[in-house]
Design a protein around this ligand. Sequence first.
Ligand SMILES: [Zn+2]
Length: 195
Amino acid sequence: MKTVKCPSCGASFDENLPRCPYCGRAHYAGAEKEYREKLNVIKEDLEDLSDTPQEELTKEIRHTGKLVRNVVIATVCILLLAGGIGLWARGCEREDHASEYRWKQEHYAVLDSLYEAEKYREMSDLVGEYLLADDPVYDWKHYELACCILFEDPSYQEAVRLSDEDRAILTRYYETMSEEERAVLNNRYGTEGSK
Ligand SMILES: [Zn+2]
């Protein structure tokens, strides 16, 4: 057994030891040797574990490698596709919002001016046209009033929330409506008998 002299405490100890057993100072040569020995044991264990011939093992590794690679490629493709669809959908949504906003800006101004001019019949007819065309008229602030005039349905009028101002307008509207106008409305929207 070869010994080394500890540079710290001066004691002699086995050169294969990773540390001086007296003062604990690290002995690198010994530590490295111990590490190599452990590594060799692991290597031997691994070799013992695998009885598979080298060629077959290589084939298997290659096969597994291909499989892993395909799975990774497929996953990346799916993620890209999902991301793409998400972006596209968001783009469409944004475009929808933008065009809806533009529509409202333009058409709500027209409705506002009819409301201010007290042309409630024209205003409501226009709302009816927009409704039929599936245009986003439902956010307009006097939409409910227009619908009340449009549908002439008392149960509808009770169900919706009108501002006090709009309710007063509706009452006045009915008071000033001639029988003829009433008949025209009823014919147009088929609400006869609902009153
Ligand atoms: Zn020592």
